[in-house]
Design a binder for this molecule. Structure first.
Ligand SMILES: *Cc1c(COP(=O)(O)O)cnc(C)c1O
Length: 410
């Protein structure tokens, strides 16, 4: 090996050593150190190029460093970045209007991270239960699903069923009840007079792209309406085009009472999340009852406005539907005994391996990284493919060729 190449290799190792020395080890990343991104591609510090098939867990649906979102961010950064909500800013009203129009919502509450949007919605649903439904103080119950992923804060992990996420972090917030995902009759049975809401992901992302039976959300919507409880859809991952529709709820022609979006709301530039709802629920919040220093700040609003605009203008949602179908079709041609199932909706796709496959999904991901494709295993046996929504047919052909090779090796 030439000394120059060796020097470059040392660079990756040095970054990793430094990170491991000073950082908490709450992640187990693939050992690539990225320094640049454009569209579906990212480059590491040694100049190697990779196709990004994770899209920062669907936060960069619009592609890395989208020029129009970048422009909006730079322009805003030169004008005004933060006012706090103690004062108004000239971006927030426009974000509200544009987001309401786009998603057919009536009221918006802006936050930063996805977990904050989930925490916000829990507060709102409980308040609605006490003030509009007359639930006795302190008794409100929210129903959630097994294998859910809604974030990492204490209340949220308290109703997670992933032991690794919960272990030794208790005591937890009470008031949650867990039912199986995809089973609408279980929801019907679990509702009590104290139930105020059902919180669910339209497709469970972190659980491994688990798609519920057809008609599930429609039936869930009927039950929630009939029993007068709020339907809360966590679309932080499924929303904003990922599944081939603006919101995944559209696949079943329903509307949630409260919808959570985040991640791609900023196209990956900045943490921006929002609760989308109506006057009946969000109208209950009075000044001082909820807030965030950064929530709704002018930078976030300017970035989110641009991120939404390019999603529509550049037909990324339609592209996700078409390219998702094509990617899935091509992957289904992989005929390998280690594959248990290939499933997906839009560009949210998973390949699940049989239990006991040597090396599990991690081995495939590591082998793919060497061939220039970055993706991440979820749990032990599932590989998720979720490239930015700007991917084209020839990119998918390029990827599938390599994915087939990675499978040949096991
Ligand atoms: C990522 C995610 C969250 C949490 O978002 P953060 O920004 O990481 O806090 C919540 N719900 C779902 C469905 C997610 O995929």
């Amino acid at each position: 090996m030439k000394s120059e190449e060796w020097g470059k290799l040392m660079k990756t190792k040095e970054y990793i050593e430094l990170e491991d020395r000073f950082g908490a080890k709450n992640y187990k990343p693939l050992d690539v150190v990225l320094s640049r991104g454009e569209g579906i591609w990212v480059w590491d510090v040694e100049g190697n190029r990779y196709m990004d098939c994770l899209s920062a867990y669907s936060a960069v649906n619009q592609g890395h460093c989208h020029p129009k979102i970048r422009r909006a961010m730079m322009d805003q950064a030169e004008k005004l970045t933060l006012t706090s909500r103690a004062f108004r800013n000239d971006q927030l009203a426009f974000l509200y209007e544009e987001l309401c129009e786009l998603t057919d919502s009536h009221k918006i509450l802006p936050m930063n991270s996805g977990a904050e949007a989930v925490e916000t919605v829990i507060k709102c649903a409980r308040k609605w239960g006490y003030e509009s439904r007359g639930v006795a103080d302190g008794r409100a119950e929210i129903i959630v699903c097994e294998n859910n992923f809604h974030g990492r804060t204490l209340s949220i992990i308290g109703f997670s069923t992933d032991e690794n996420a919960r272990e030794n972090f208790g005591p937890f917030t009470p008031g949650f009840k867990t039912i199986p995902f995809g089973d609408s009759e279980a929801l019907d049975k679990a509702i009590t007079p104290n139930t105020v809401a059902f919180l669910v992901e339209p497709i469970q992302g972190e659980a491994g792209v688990i798609i519920p039976p057809k008609g599930y959300l429609k039936r869930v919507r009927e039950i929630c309406t009939q029993k007068n409880i709020l339907l809360i859809l966590d679309e932080i991952q499924t929303g904003l085009g990922r599944t081939g529709k603006l919101l995944a709820e559209e696949h079943e022609g329903i509307q949630a009472d409260l919808t959570l979006i985040g991640k791609a709301l900023s196209g990956g530039f900045y943490p921006v999340s929002a609760v989308l709802s109506n006057e009946e629920v969000l109208g209950l919040l009075q000044p001082g009852q909820h807030g965030s220093t950064f929530g709704g700040n002018p930078m976030a609003c300017a970035v989110a406005r641009a991120a939404l605009k390019v999603l529509k203008e550049e037909n990324m949602i339609e592209n996700a539907a078409r390219m998702g179908d094509y990617f899935l079709e091509e992957l289904k041609k992989l005929d390998h005994p280690a594959i248990r199932e290939i499933r997906g909706k839009g560009l949210m796709i998973a390949v699940e391996l049989h239990e006991g496959t040597p090396g599990g999904a991690r081995a495939i991901c590591e082998s793919l990284a060497k061939m220039g494709i970055l993706c991440k295993e979820t749990h032990t046996y599932t590989i998720r493919f979720a490239p930015p929504l700007v991917i084209q047919k020839q990119d998918i052909d390029w990827a599938v060729e390599r994915i087939a090779k990675a499978f040949e090796k096991i």
